[in-house]
Design a protein around this ligand. Structure first.
Ligand SMILES: [Zn+2]
Length: 129
């Protein structure tokens, strides 16, 4: 069942397999947020307690959405975290997405398969919207 505990287990797995060099320097929470058909994930730094909150569209609770797509979303947000967006890490870039920096980081960290899987999937998905 795809609940918040499942989502956390996916994040933990991605973190240990692909971001094991990255120290978690604040609390990082992950949970399903509201349903969005076009915005799959978000990350923000909460000023109340300096924790990071990653939210994933509730739509992904439906098993029709491949695990690779969920993992891609989580990895994308984790790249923001290590680039210093919505995290206490120093900001490495001026803009969070410009210049293909997310895909490059994911490929460098051995997730090129997720990048290409997602690219194909999202093209098909876009046609259903
Ligand atoms: Zn992003």
């Amino acid at each position: 069942m795809r609940n918040n505990a499942w989502l956390l287990s996916r994040l933990d797995r991605i973190w240990s397999n692909h971001f094991s060099d990255v120290v978690q320097i604040n609390k990082v929470y992950v949970r399903f947020g509201r349903t969005s058909r076009t915005r799959f994930g978000s990350i923000r730094l909460r000023s109340e307690d300096n924790s990071t909150l990653i939210m994933v569209t509730r739509m992904f609770q439906n098993p029709a959405f491949p695990e690779e797509v969920v993992d891609h979303t989580l990895a994308h947000e984790l790249v923001h975290y290590i680039h210093g967006f919505s995290s206490p890490y120093p900001r490495l870039h001026k803009f969070p997405h410009r210049g293909g920096i997310i895909d490059k980081e994911m490929k460098d960290r051995g997730m090129g398969n997720l990048v290409s899987y997602y690219r194909k999937w999202v093209n098909l998905y876009a046609k259903t919207l």
